[in-house]
Design a protein around this ligand. Structure first.
Ligand code: PGA
Length: 259
């Protein structure tokens, strides 16, 4: 794992966005794995700025999002499809039909999950996967105790995840109980992964992910087995790392050479 600790959330956000820009510059046909959540809003805002300045194009790339709530149709205001259109897709130049999310309103969600997994494999798997980190250590909606080799499937959300996401819904009871999510095995097949986490609320999960045992109790710890995983943190999210001095010595200020 490459652990990059930045002085501020803004610098961490910029670093994560830069990795996407660099990847699309080197390999414009990259299959992107995209994420939702509060953390990613600023990343997408930065990508839109880069796009407006002519610094990045998505025209040759394709994307697959990590997850979608079961039961929400694409046009539901809280669906991740709507989130992605509002925060990214409507503002950049993906080709028609190049962006994918699971259908939350599929009549048979299990069949939808299996078809989504197949579509990712048929696209040659994810080139660059963008990830957030749940306060409980989840990646995608792979909640604690998810199989570390799981594929896209239905997961039941934990109470803590539903509470964390209740802020987006009028009523906490409206947060769906189930989601279709890429599996940890799906994510692990990505060529490279960049995980962004900032703020105190992520410090415990970040420490478990980077320095804890490889364990389904912290699904993000599976990234310890990934050959090219970059973890981008701010000071607050890095505050519980025991080897923090070491990471800061290797990459002062979170700097590295973007390849
Ligand atoms: P957040 O969610 O960005 O809204 O904190 C991250 C996650 O749950 O993966």
């Amino acid at each position: 794992m490459k652990v990059l600790i930045h002085a501020t959330p803004e610098l961490a956000i910029a670093r994560a966005a830069d990795q996407i820009v660099a990847r699309l510059d080197a390999l414009p046909g990259t299959v992107l794995g995209l994420a939702t959540g509060g953390t990613m809003e600023a990343v997408y805002a930065r990508l839109i700025e880069h796009h407006r300045r002519g610094e990045v194009s998505f025209a040759q790339s394709r994307s697959f999002n990590l997850d979608e709530y079961v039961g929400l149709p694409p046009d539901h205001p809280r669906s991740y499809w709507r989130y992605m259109r509002g925060h990214l897709f409507d503002h950049v130049d993906f080709a028609e039909g190049a962006t994918h999310l699971p259908r939350g309103d599929a009549a048979d969600p299990e069949a939808e999950a299996a078809a989504y997994e197949k579509a990712i494999a048929a696209a040659g798997d994810i080139g660059l996967q963008l990830l957030g980190l749940g306060a409980n250590g989840h990646i995608g909606f792979n909640e604690p105790t998810s199989s570390l080799s799981s594929l896209t499937r239905i997961k039941t959300l934990t109470r803590s995840t539903r509470e964390a996401n209740a802020r987006y819904f009028d009523n906490p009871d409206d947060v769906p109980r189930l989601a279709i999510t890429m599996g940890i095995g799906t994510i692990m097949r990505a060529d490279e992964v960049v995980l962004l986490a900032y703020g105190d609320s992520k410090a415990e999960a970040a420490a478990a992910m980077i320095e804890g045992p490889l364990s389904a109790a912290c699904p993000a710890s599976a990234l310890q087995m990934h050959r090219k995983a970059t973890i981008v943190l701010d000071q607050a999210a890095a505050s519980r790392l025991k080897l923090r001095d070491y990471y800061e010595e290797v990459h002062p200020g979170g700097r590295d050479d973007l390849v």
